[in-house]
Design a protein around this ligand. Sequence first.
Ligand SMILES: Nc1ncnc2c1ncn2[C@@H]1O[C@H](COP(=O)(O)OP(=O)(O)OP(=O)(O)O)[C@@H](O)[C@H]1O
Length: 219
Amino acid sequence: MIEFENVSKSFWTGTRRKVILDRASFRVELGNSLGILAPNGAGKTTIINMMAGLEKPDEGKVLRSSRISFPLGFMGGVVSKHSGTENARYIARLYGLDADYVESFCRWLCGIAEYFDMPVGTYSSGMRSRFSFSLMLALEFDIYLIDEGMPATTDVEFNRKAGSILRERLKNSTVVVVSHQAQTLEKFCRSAAVLRNGQLYMFETLEEAKRLYDYEAHS
Ligand SMILES: Nc1ncnc2c1ncn2[C@@H]1O[C@H](COP(=O)(O)OP(=O)(O)OP(=O)(O)O)[C@@H](O)[C@H]1O
């Protein structure tokens, strides 16, 4: 579970304070995949980073009691001068997993041929996206964090393979997806929330969340 307890977060832009969350409290429960709808710049990435523990709230607490992934696309743990193989094996060991399995799973899924043995710094942005998505799916988490603002892959075959593995994984785990469009959430999420005026409004269904989101967009 991830629980936000009275969390406030804002950024000072030099002229004003940009509020992302204002004493917001909500929970992500295991087994209830959540989609968060918010317009661009509202703070989707910041919230995902707080869930992952990469960013701290200004006030309040973020309680994390499950195995929570790094955000999809996050390359913080990946060393550019090392190859895909070396990174996959190193990260497998960090998570206490079988390095042979993680390496071969990533090699198979990301489909970047000989580049898997080349330094990650030489990868194109599409290759990097495929590598980080593959790595995330090779590790086992209870909650997967996906920021659709991250570079998406344009490789149709990869998207199909990775999408079906993610859907399979979601039978036993939970996902949090943030997006500015409801369509992205439809595939993965049962419930949904709308980020608005520093609060996260939770709904049981995506339909209900869409109603508030569309109303906001047109008012
Ligand atoms: N370190 C920072 N200092 C100042 N402002 C910041 C900082 N980080 C983010 N912001 C601002 O906070 C707001 C929310 O940023 P965030 O990246 O979380 O939004 P987002 O909803 O993910 O945006 P997008 O959909 O465009 O990716 C933006 O206006 C951004 O410019």
